[in-house]
Design a protein around this ligand. Sequence first.
Ligand SMILES: [Zn+2]
Length: 162
Amino acid sequence: MKKFVDDILHVKVLLENKAYKQLLEFYNQSGDYETGGILVGYYDVNYNSAIITQVTNAPKDSICRRRSFRRGISGLSKYLQAIWDNKNEYYLGEWHSHPHSSAVPSKVDISQIKHIANNPKFLCSEPLLLVIGERYGKIELQLIVVIDNKTYMLNSVADEKL
Ligand SMILES: [Zn+2]
């Protein structure tokens, strides 16, 4: 699995292998167009960590362009209800792709995730934003968390076995 940490905040985010594979598939399928979806999983309060167990593909009403992505909502509330009923897991944040370019979030990306943090509809005051891109032909991931309206970029640490 992939692991992201912030040593000052003592925050940890784990991306399970299954979710990482889904992410790569969605990234490869979308070619030159941005795509994205939501991050699903749970918090482990004892370890101050979030565990991402699933990522979803773009809802049908999303708008995928070469340099922007607007996530739709079609089917999501039903999906989240089912995830909660079956696994007690829930919405953790958003992900999207930067095809063939750096995964560093743009200013628009940052303001959108802050907006979600402040929107009571999402019931998620500390949302994550995961961006998948490429640097020198290699997959690159960037993970951001919003805490108290500030964004923190977590450091990726070496792969760990499950
Ligand atoms: Zn972006």
